[in-house]
Design a binder for this molecule. Structure first.
Ligand code: NAP
Length: 282
């Protein structure tokens, strides 16, 4: 309860990797926008403590906190919301960033990525269940658990970190049958996430009329989710986590007259310039 209302508080799920988009967003929000940041991680670990210390050493002045939140577990999400309620009493920004690119039990494809990709008919129901558990159902749990804390904020924002690979429009014209760097499971989970954005953006203003819920795509970014192999989609060029985090930070800091229920990115063909955020077709 000690964080003044003038200091915004953000929780970012899956922000444990210092080479990931979530952590890059945390750094920008802490250092450039004066946020108190809560680094969500599915496990607490010495490397998470190091990640907290690194941000403090870089000059984060309003607090950097580690929080265990495994979005695949409803219990973990509820426990995390209770911890945030007890410690801060509210939440200003929720960034649903944690995600899986491939089903964890499919070590065959994970090990062979990006050389081996499965056709849609080769993916199983179990593959979908594993990925949806994090990328979609995990976000339902997280939004539902944190909505009461967001309701207490003056200008709450939810940023759903989606992907162009989850755009029905984009995937309809994408010119390969194996869909470039993506797979049907990941794409379907992010398409479903985009629907969550649309539906929550219409409903949550009943809890707090200032709330904004948007999807953002970081663009093809060099991170662990693609094994740091950034050459799969060449036209996007190589984007660093700092560049990829740009859309997250922009949506997290939208003014009260900013958009609600939209999907944005800053890469071609939708935008020609980094930092110039344009709507992606759903
Ligand atoms: N990189 C790209 O090209 C790209 C493009 C479009 C969209 N995105 C999206 O950007 C977001 C961040 O991905 P990234 O590229 O930065 O990859 P990343 O570094 O691998 O980050 C993914 C994070 O999600 C976490 N995570 C996985 N399962 C989780 C769970 N059950 N509960 C909580 N967290 C969980 C991971 O934790 P562990 O470290 O414990 O595994 C990791 O910290 C994702 O939503 C991704 O879909 C990325």
């Amino acid at each position: 309860m000690s964080t003044p209302t003038s200091t915004p508080i953000v929780l970012i799920t899956g922000a444990n990797r210092t080479d990931g988009i979530g952590y890059a967003a945390a750094r920008q929000l802490a250092l450039q926008h004066g946020f108190t940041v809560i680094l969500g991680s599915r496990t607490l670990s010495p490397s998470l403590d190091e990640a907290v210390k690194q941000l403090e050493n870089e000059g984060a002045k309003h607090g950097v906190h580690a929080l265990q939140i495994d979005v695949a577990s409803s219990e973990s999400v509820k426990k995390a919301a209770t911890e945030v309620a007890e410690k801060f009493g509210r939440l200003d920004v929720l960034v649903n960033n944690g995600a899986l690119g491939l089903p964890p039990s499919r070590t065959d494809i994970i090990e062979a990525y990006p050389k081996k990709k499965l056709a849609p008919t080769e993916h199983t129901r179990k593959d979908f269940e594993e990925v949806f558990a994090v990328n979609t159902f995990g976000i339902v749990d997280t939004i539902n658990a944190f909505a009461p804390l967001l309701a207490k904020s003056a200008s709450p924002r939810i940023v759903n970190v989606s992907a162009g690979a989850g755009s029905l429009g984009c995937m309809s014209w994408y010119p390969t049958n194996t869909t470039g760097g993506t797979n049907i499971v990941y794409s379907a989970s992010k398409a479903a996430l985009n629907m969550l954005t649309v539906m929550y953006s219409k409903d949550l203003p009943k809890l707090n009329p200032s709330i904004k819920v948007n999807s953002g795509c970081p663009g093809y970014t060099n991170t662990s989710i693609n094994k740091h192999i950034s050459s799969v989609i060449v036209e996007a060029g190589e984007r660093t986590p700092d560049v990829g985090a740009g859309v997250v930070v922009w949506l997290a800091t939208l003014p009260d007259d900013g958009p609600n229920g939209k999907f944005y990115c800053d890469y071609p063909p939708y935008s020609q310039k980094i930092g110039d955020f344009k709507v992606i077709e759903w």
